[in-house]
Ligand binder design. Structure first.
Ligand code: ACM
Length: 262
């Protein structure tokens, strides 16, 4: 199975331009599953909920999801990508998983980062896995990585590949996700963005360095801190079904849940 990420610089507020860039780039790739960054069609630094509201879209009717559906159908691939979702009077920081047949699944970011708390609603979708060609896929968004329970919940639900659309700022995220892959023995596709956004008093620098990690914690491919790049690697997803660290240590079965606090 060929899996990959597209690390790029979404221009704030330029949805049409960002979607065109995604379309042009993905037209050239040969891949089964590709992950794009968080909020990939709009950029990140909304100054208010009112401003965010102008860009949020319904799923699947909105233009971001419709564009992704067209690409997934045309290229026969699965895409996971972040976008601002409007649902009734809620706005979520969401990701869609779009399959080649046009079917769409939604994940809404559970753990909002920093000032996202003032403009987005907290996600309510639970940590569910989705099947694609009999492979189980889970989705997290950016700051979810800091809560081991999120990746663990997906692993317990059978996820073999974690797709992680991101807009990372903190310097240790890349290291932490290596641990998430090892402790759950899953593949982990971190798709970060690059570039800076200066809006109002906010100046955010996104640190790139997207990577795909194996269940052993090996970095299979990675991108630099500033470049726009597609990276793809061929994997055997069944490796993530083997939860043994040694012949006598299974990272799922050996848990001592009776000793853990909630
Ligand atoms: C983040 O959750 N965008 C850091």
């Amino acid at each position: 199975m060929r899996i990959g990420f597209y690390q790029f610089f979404p221009i704030f507020g330029k949805k049409v331009k960002n979607l065109k860039k995604i379309e042009e780039t993905l037209a050239k790739v040969n891949v089964d599953l590709i992950v794009l960054p968080e909020l990939c069609s709009t950029g990140y630094s909304f100054l208010s909920r009112q401003e965010l509201s102008k860009y949020a879209e319904t799923i699947p009717a909105g233009e971001t999801t419709q564009t992704l559906i067209n690409i997934a159908r045309k290229k026969n691939l699965c895409i996971v990508a972040g976008l601002a979702e409007r649902y009734d009077n809620h706005i979520y920081n969401s990701a869609v998983l779009v399959k080649p047949d046009g079917k769409v699944k939604i994940y809404r970011k559970a753990h909002l980062f920093y000032k996202e708390k003032f403009i987005f609603n907290k996600g309510n979708t639970k940590f569910l896995v989705h099947s694609f060609n009999n492979i189980k896929i889970g989705v997290l968004i950016c700051f979810d990585y800091i809560f081991p329970e999120a990746t663990r919940s997906l692993a317990l639900a059978g996820a073999q590949i974690i797709c992680h659309p991101s807009n990372l700022i903190l310097p240790y995220a890349q290291k932490a996700t290596i641990t998430r892959a090892i402790e759950n023995r899953v593949f982990f596709i971190m798709a970060n963005r690059v570039g800076q956004e200066k809006r109002g008093s906010k100046h955010l620098k996104f640190n790139g360095r997207s990577q795909i990690i194996s269940p052993d914690g090996e970095i299979l491919v990675k991108a630099g801190p500033k470049e726009e790049k597609v990276k793809i690697v061929n994997i055997k997803p069944e490796l993530a079904l083997d939860k043994l660290i040694t012949p006598y240590n299974d990272v799922i079965k050996d848990r001592r849940t009776e000793l853990y606090s909630k």
